[in-house]
Design a protein around this ligand. Structure first.
Ligand code: MN
Ligand code: MN
Length: 316
């Protein structure tokens, strides 16, 4: 059996105890660990509503409801993988590049130990230090991004290069991700011009708008993701605003007319057979949430990612 497992919710009730992701032990180690969940409580990169710094806390609180067996993927997540909650990376509120440095420094030893990381955001700017830490160890990564926005803008507000709208442009420039192996799913909403979507495609990304995505089955999307990402290491970045705000109201830059939670989870579960080496779920803003709708969905997204990692581990 794996060394680190969640508390047994048949032995102690799920509402009891200190909140960690899925009731996992909170410990800072890389020994006998397959997956580490890491909170990134940072939101200085947000360009509209702020408060995603409280996202990790909210996701952890909702995640105590998760159970160890995933019937949709037929996998026992926590008897396949040894998982821990690593706690939060130290951040410097108000200071983006300093925080990116502390986040990357926190994640780097995990990557070096080949521990898969699941990070809880935080605004989407945190994806950049995640990719810096992982690519330093694994080399350039394929990206699978669920998001209503491409986050490929060059800069904001007179040349500001580091916001939650720019992480993947920086990642391409720094050679951290391979656009020709990367897929962006769910883009929608008003843009500044036709060239905004074309820019991503010109850079080499495969881009499916929400309309294009929903016209295809999860099976087709799984095939597309496997074909694009190939055999190399792959990073999942899941912005909760991928979902329609009816299903994820607690987020800072919502876009209406999106997938339901049922649809989005089905697309994510279809991404089997991929060499996941890290992932995140970001942009959860609890102050705008209602009844923990968004937090529960984000916890489920994280759980599906763990399930995909567990399936891959079973297969190898
Ligand atoms: Mn977004
Ligand atoms: Mn985003």
């Amino acid at each position: 059996m794996p060394r680190y497992q969640p508390a047994d919710s048949l032995a102690s009730p799920r509402f009891a105890g200190v909140r960690t992701f899925a009731r996992l032990p909170c410990i800072q180690t890389t020994e006998d660990v397959d997956v580490a969940v890491v909170g990134l409580p940072f939101d200085t990169g947000a360009t509209f509503k702020v408060g995603a710094r409280f996202g990790p806390e909210a996701i952890r609180s909702a995640s105590v409801l998760l159970r160890p067996y995933n019937p949709e993927l037929d996998v026992h997540v926590f008897t396949t993988l040894s998982c821990i909650d690593y706690g939060d990376a130290p951040v410097v509120p108000g200071f983006i590049q300093e925080s990116h440095a502390t986040i990357a420094a926190t994640l780097r030893p995990l990557a070096e130990a080949r521990v898969v990381t699941l990070c809880l955001g935080g605004d989407h700017s945190v994806a950049l230090p995640e990719l810096r830490a992982l690519a330093a160890v694994h080399g350039p990564l394929a990206l699978v991004q669920f998001d209503s926005h491409g986050d490929l803008w060059d800069s904001y507000y007179g040349g500001q290069k580091y916001t939650h709208g720019t992480p993947f442009r920086r990642a391409v420039e720094e050679g951290l991700i391979l656009p020709e192996r990367s897929v962006q799913l769910g883009m929608r909403g008003p843009l500044y011009g036709r060239e905004d979507l074309q820019m991503a495609r010109d850079m080499g990304f495969t881009v499916l708008t929400t309309t294009e995505l929903l016209s295809r089955s999860p099976h087709e999307i799984g095939d597309l993701v496997r074909a694009r990402t190939g055999d190399g290491p792959v990073f999942l970045s899941f912005d909760i605003d991928f979902f329609d705000p009816a299903y994820a109201p607690g987020t800072g830059t919502p876009e209406v007319g999106g997938p339901t939670s049922f649809q989005g989870l089905a697309y994510l579960r279809a991404c089997t057979g991929v060499r996941w080496i890290g992932g995140d779920v970001v942009e959860v803003l609890p102050a705008l949430d209602h009844g923990q709708i968004t937090a529960h969905l984000a916890a489920q997204v994280g759980y599906e990612f763990l399930s995909l990692v567990a399936l891959a581990r079973q297969g190898s």
